[in-house]
Structure formats: C-alpha cells, structure tokens
Design a binder for this molecule. Structure first.
Ligand code: FES
Length: 215
C-alpha cells in the first residue's frame, strides 16, 4: 500500500512529502531553495556541519536545520526571514573566511555551490567583516586522475561519504576545530593511498577542492 504523504506549507506553498523526509528535501523537491552544502539525501544521520540550511517552524522558538528536521503534518515552514538571513550570512562568512577565493583560476568556476549560494542569497564571496584565514595547505597533485586542494574544501564530508560508500574508506576527517581537514588514511599522498580511482569523491565535491585533471 502506498504511504500516505505528509502535507505541510513552506513559504506559503502547499507541499507534500514522504513521511520521515527532511524539510530540506521536501523544499528542494518543490523548487524552494534552501542553501545547503553538507546534506546527503541517502545518509541516515545528517552531519549538520555547514549550518546554512536553517529555517523557522511556526510555533517553535528557535530555527532548526532543514536537513535534520523531519516533515510533519500541518507544519508551517519559513525559509526566509531576517533572523534566518542573519544566521546563514554568519555561517557563510565563516565558511568563506578560510576558503581560498580564486574563482577565475578554479576549474569549478560557474559550477561551484558557493557561487550559487552567493548569487541566490546575495552574500559576498569575500567578507569584509571577517579576516581571511586561508591556511595555505599543500595541494595534493599526486594522483594520476585528480587533484585535491584542501584550501578550497568546505568540509561538507560528501567525499568521505562517497569513498566509504564505494568501499574504499580512504578519505577521512582528520584533526579538530580550525585544523580539521579531509585527509587520506595516515595522511599519505593520494597516489600512495588505497584510492581505487572511481572519482566518486570528485563528482560529489560541491566546490573546487576535488577536481579531475584537465585532459
Ligand atoms: S545542509 Fe544542513 S547543516 Fe549543512
């Protein structure tokens, strides 16, 4: 028997979603934009790392992350308010403060999720409010198929998930706090890792951190 759909309202629009679906997917499936970087539909436990997907729910005091909040019958969701804009803007500025903004020389130029969010929400890629703290970490160009530039990584974890899913598990989060980085097991260069060259990590990377070599 087909599952009964959950009916809710997002930004005044009536939306239907599968029970258990997160607000983020219900909104995106209905062409309602909510910025997001770290959400993975198939992943059971959302990472909620990027903090970009906050929305407000009628009757709740605090905004919630749309990627981790399931839909509920009759729920009324707002994706755009002054409070939401403030939270998202701060999250975006923090993210960009350690991102090497070099769009003109980036092979993801014009297909980068950061550019998309910046254009849709009218947030500047370079913040004047926060100092730039790009770490200038070494770029790993050792692999025959792709390059990894940690200075462009937004720590969304999609590559870690993709690598795990295909059974290699070579990419991992390493260190903590401001030092967090995506790294191979043991921090070895990609060419010396157990990478099978499937390029799944490259295809899920929303920014210019993992890019195929130019042919
Ligand atoms: S998409 Fe929800 S916190 Fe990143």
């Amino acid at each position: 028997m087909a599952q009964k759909k959950v009916k809710l309202t997002i930004d005044g629009q009536k939306v239907e979603a599968k029970p258990g679906d997160m607000i983020l997917w219900a909104a995106l499936d209905s062409d309602i934009f909510i910025p997001n970087l770290c959400a993975i539909k198939e992943k059971e436990h959302p990472q909620t790392g990027c903090r970009l997907c906050f929305v407000e729910i009628e009757g709740r005091d605090k905004p919630v992350t749309a990627c981790s909040e399931p839909v509920a019958e009759g729920m009324v969701v707002t994706t755009d308010s002054e409070r939401i804009d403030r939270i998202r803007h701060t999250a975006f500025e923090l993210l960009m403060s350690n991102h090497n903004v070099d769009c003109a020389n980036c092979s993801k130029n014009k297909s980068c999720a950061l550019q998309d969010i910046s254009a849709k929400l009218k947030f500047k890629l370079k913040s004047k409010r926060l100092p730039s703290i790009v770490r200038m970490l070494p770029i790993d160009d050792s692999h025959p198929l792709f390059t990894y530039d940690p200075n462009k990584c937004v720590l969304c974890g999609k590559c870690v998930w993709a690598c795990e899913k295909m059974g290699a598990g070579e990419l991992q989060f390493a260190f903590r706090g401001i030092d967090t980085v995506i790294s191979t097991l043991g921090g070895v260069p990609l060419v010396d890792s157990e990478c099978k060259g499937c390029l799944d990590c490259v295809s899920v990377c929303p920014v210019g951190a993992l890019v195929p070599h130019k042919t």
